[in-house]
Design a protein around this ligand. Sequence first.
Ligand SMILES: C[S@@+](CC[C@H](N)C(=O)[O-])C[C@H]1O[C@@H](n2cnc3c(N)ncnc32)[C@H](O)[C@@H]1O
Length: 262
Amino acid sequence: MNQSLWSAFIEGEGKIHIIELIPGVRKIKGLGVLDAFETFSKIKFGEEVLVGQKILSRVPLRLPELSKGMLRRAQTISAKDAGFMTSRLGIGPGDKILEAGIGSGGLSMYIARVLGNSGVHVTVEPRNEHAEVALENLRRAKEGWSEFPTHHHIEGAIEDVVDQIQLASPEYDGIILDLPEHTSAIEAVAPLLSIGGRIACYCPVTSQLEAAWVACEEVGFEIEWAGELIERQWGKASKGGVRPVNGPFGHTAFLLVAYRRN
Ligand SMILES: C[S@@+](CC[C@H](N)C(=O)[O-])C[C@H]1O[C@@H](n2cnc3c(N)ncnc32)[C@H](O)[C@@H]1O
């Protein structure tokens, strides 16, 4: 794994700092004003360094570190749902994947990781202030990892930029939609899904799930799976043993996966 430009540093309680190791004194959020290259570039993986009052350990910049330490603006999709969608869509090297909206690029990093060098990843986003954050997260991934797909970012609402999406690739093996209005987005890009390809819709509320369901059926796709993933974490009990940790179950979104058979 390329470790020349970016690296991850963990604080004692698990907070991650993603740092670009370039020379020059600058402000690094959470750590103060310092020269990152001077301070960190000679630290090996697993070694510790003292910065002010903080002890940091250097670790490789893998997907979990990049995701945990990412810049955030819009609500992001995390491992629970990203892992399900990438595997249900069967995304892998060589695939062409369309994603909208890019938001903060949370899901985009998972997609880029599984696509590798030979994949094509097309992202769409109408809000520049979101895209800027996402593209910076993807820059870190591209410069920090040994493989990264061919990436095209298109500015605009997905319904308005279908020609540009088609220019990037005439058809797609998978489409993932995380945006407020699924119906018009599905209608706009359904013809671009290849036969045997799948579309996933990320729907925080049930009305979105229902609308996405109906829209997918109306364009001729088969609903393969719809529902919600519930994660229950376990921890060590104070008097010994392991058990589910206390706390509420959080809700992320309802997911829908549909298939294009013909
Ligand atoms: C919740 S965010 C996506 C978060 C992203 N999946 C992540 O993990 O970081 C939803 C995004 O959809 C964008 N959006 C809204 N309408 C859209 C449309 N018609 N086409 C494309 N993107 C749209 C919003 O601007 C917003 O950035």
